[in-house]
Design a protein around this ligand. Structure first.
Ligand code: E4P
Length: 219
């Protein structure tokens, strides 16, 4: 399973990348706004920190504009930057054209299995179903991941399912059980996934005992 970081904060990206398990980064216009930095400058810096796919989102609403922005981003930014495109009819058409030009894409704002399937038919490299935002409406976002994974098995689809809008570690664990290819999550969730009180307690005990071994000159 690929672990992506969902942020445009380069300090967070540096920290998680230093753990050695960061596979990619997703950004969106809201995360770029939160960073307070210039879009292309910050994406280029992210791409220099993490070798994996870095999603940069187009903001045009029409197909021609999305293609133009996608091509311009590919031209201006490092090769590991991929183009994030909204899941609209215009976005499908742009995905088809960019895929034909050998440009990797991440079709975002996916809220139904039918949208995911259509994005896959357009050739998307990744589709991003948003779990947390579905949960916010009172429905179960994880059901969507299950529906998509089942459809993928039926048709042998190669588009990767990138579970997004992750709100807590159990979202990630459930996605693992269902075989989602990728999750993108905030730094906080990376920390939560690694933390266990018994690890802390066990390490504390080992260190105290080792201090006594050293004090006895037996280390
Ligand atoms: C995915 O690529 C999106 O950037 C992200 O996961 C959205 O998450 P949110 O619902 O927490 O904004």
């Amino acid at each position: 399973m690929e672990f992506f970081l969902d942020t445009a904060d380069v300090d967070e990206i540096r920290e998680i990348a230093s753990w050695g398990i960061l596979d990619g980064v997703t950004t969106n216009p809201s995360l770029i706004k939160k960073s307070g930095r210039d879009f292309k400058t910050v994406v280029a810096e992210i791409a220099s920190i993490c070798d994996g796919p870095i999603s940069a989102e187009v903001t045009a609403m029409d197909t021609a504009g999305m293609i133009e922005q996608g091509l311009a981003l590919k031209e201006a930014l490092p090769p590991n930057v991929i183009i994030k495109i909204p899941c609209t009819p215009e976005g499908l058409a742009a995905t088809k054209v960019l895929t034909a030009a050998n440009i990797d894409t991440n079709v975002t704002l996916v809220f139904s299995a039918s949208q995911a399937l259509m994005a896959a038919k357009a050739g998307a490299t990744y589709v991003s179903p948003f779990i947390g935002r579905i949960d916010d409406t009172g429905s179960d976002g994880l059901t969507l991941i299950s529906e998509i994974m089942t459809a993928w098995e039926h048709y042998g689809i190669t588009t990767k399912v990138l579970a997004a809008s992750i709100r807590h570690p159990t979202h990630v664990l459930a996605c693992m059980q269902m075989g989602a290819h990728t999750v993108t999550m905030p730094a906080k969730i990376f920390h939560q996934l690694m933390s266990h009180p018994l690890t802390d307690k066990g390490l504390d005990g080992f260190m105290k005992d080792w201090a006594e071994v050293e004090a006895a000159g037996k280390a």
